[in-house]
Design a protein around this ligand. Sequence first.
Ligand code: PLP
Length: 286
Amino acid sequence: MSLKIYIAGKFYDKADAKISVYDHGLLYGDGIFEGLRSYGGKVFQLQEHLRRLYESAKSIWLEIPISIEAMTAAVLETLIVNNLSDAYIRLVVTRGAGSLGLDPTRTSDPQIIIIADKITLYPPEFYEKGLQIITASTIRNHPAALSPRIKSLNYLNNILAKIEGLQAGCIEALMLNSKGEVAECTGDNIFLIRHKQLLTPSIEAGILEGVTRDAVIQLGREAGLEVREIPLTKHDVYIADECFLTGTAAEVIPVVKVDSRTIGHGEPGPITRDLMARFKKLTRGQ
Ligand SMILES: Cc1ncc(COP(=O)(O)O)c(C=O)c1O
């Protein structure tokens, strides 16, 4: 059976799911998105993802044509129609089709697109052995120019850093902000463990407020860790006892080498493993 894609209230076969080439989402990256995940038919932190979506919309003067309640129902219906229980869900809202030219007032009909597909998992060895990453030379977008809190369709900033990572043989790359502080990775937030404290850059560092990040901060507190959201430098990363990344697709994934420096003992540390287990329990109830 072909996947059914939700576009503006209707379902289309994957091959027929199309939007206009005049859509400003395509022409200018003028739109927003969310990446969500369902476990056993239940969407993890659905309301948190939708809150972020509607906040991103507000920030860019994009009026989403349906309510959060209707969006909740549309996401769940897309899973049901596709008979998916463990899925990755991509929710996109574009500015809609308009004339050639930036002016968003000349667009109409923001398009809501919901794709629910099978989740492609990272290979298990990434979780067992940990990732090696590099620091990209591409600086994370300056929050005063385009806030990284807006999950916009313009991901070139992250893509350029991702390319740097891939060219160095790494699936993730660390991005610094314009002050040279640690911000986040191209599609994941970063955490360090040092002296049994859980450290992560604060939102002021210019990062996406990750939904997984929030959940892991909570899990860290429940595990009795002191959680500190503070400015961090590359030096802090290099001397950390443990390091891991968080994201909807990656979940909690250990990092064992950064810029050729071994982190801790060069293997996923005990606190990282504990948080991975706690996250698994939270999402899958085991
Ligand atoms: C730049 C960036 N940072 C962090 C994350 C992790 O956020 P979340 O945990 O909400 O998936 C993402 C996920 O898409 C991202 O694109």
